[in-house]
Design a protein around this ligand. Sequence first.
Ligand SMILES: Nc1ncnc2c1ncn2[C@@H]1O[C@H](COP(=O)(O)OP(=O)(O)OP(=O)(O)O)[C@@H](O)[C@H]1O
Ligand SMILES: [Mg+2]
Length: 356
Amino acid sequence: MTIAARDLARELSTRVVGQSFAVREVAIALTKRLRGLPTGNILMIGSSGSGKTTLMRAVEDVLSRDQGTKELSTLVRLHANVLGQEAEQGRPGQLVLRALFDQARRDLGDAAGLPRLLDHTRNGIVFIDEVDKIRGRVGSEPNVRGIRAQESLLTLMENESVPFDIPEWAGGQRVELDSRGLLFVAAGAFEGLYESVYDRVTIGDDRGALQPVTVVEDGVVKEELPFRLRDWLRSEDLFDYGMSPQFLSRFEALVLFDDLGEQDLAQILLRAQDSGFNAARRYFESCGVELAISPAAVEKVAAVAARRKRIGARALREVFRQVIRPYELDPAEQAPGGVLMIDAEQVDEALGSGDD
Ligand SMILES: Nc1ncnc2c1ncn2[C@@H]1O[C@H](COP(=O)(O)OP(=O)(O)OP(=O)(O)O)[C@@H](O)[C@H]1O
Ligand SMILES: [Mg+2]
């Protein structure tokens, strides 16, 4: 079975709006891995609600969809906090390897022999979500769990031989696994990183580095600081955040997510399966009512959501909920013809015209 990076990227893009750089990087890395070729680990950084977990889930779904891809590789997605807990109790890396082993059994079936399960374990794909939760320092305090979790991952990333206890049902013995074949894709919002880098280049050590540009907006001349994290982020900023240099150096690619604009948000409202609109549509359908929304209404909802900073696309759900709430108690009564159309007027009624 051959997988092409372009097809994989296209498929992921049906689920992930925008973020084409991240989608491409991940698609290329996965393609190499599925072909048994070496590829570097990826660290993804993006604000909350920008699509990091959505991308990971999309990959999981694509890879678990048919038996052909399952035969090629095993993927697990873990929350970094769980690794923090494990690092306090057990031997480093056991949890990751065990999760892969168990998933390989699910993917390949009970009949797959131990050598195949171990092969899938040592060459598995490991998604670590919320990796910023295992920062080694919070403020000026050391975070022991975080430090240990980073160390345990490091052990897996660099060691040729890691002990692994095979579960009882498969024999229970201890084996040594070469973990160099693992592919790690980690993601985190790194709350506060944006501000600290901005401060560094405006008022901190590198003040003056960021030069204002003159822009004309509505006939008014203004000075603006064109700050984008991707232009200024250095490894040192992540060390300061509490990620150890050794840990970071095991990631070959650093992928920054874009902040979502109004048009992206409009797309997400309509396309994301778990968007407020699509969830409401399913509820209304269960009440025998078809829910529709006009392009003007979509635009307004997206515009209001875009003004709520720091929660990305999650703002959409809150804003849309406000719009749809008055119709939820008795949908049938609100839609005598069986169709409820949300137009700009209904959005204005719920949110107030002009502003939120
Ligand atoms: N790029 C995107 N494409 C499609 N849907 C998105 C995108 N970004 C966000 N969403 C929607 O917003 C919700 C939250 O996004 P997601 O869980 O991917 O955020 P995140 O980047 O992982 O944020 P956090 O750092 O807070 O975990 C998703 O359920 C999805 O509906
Ligand atoms: Mg997330």
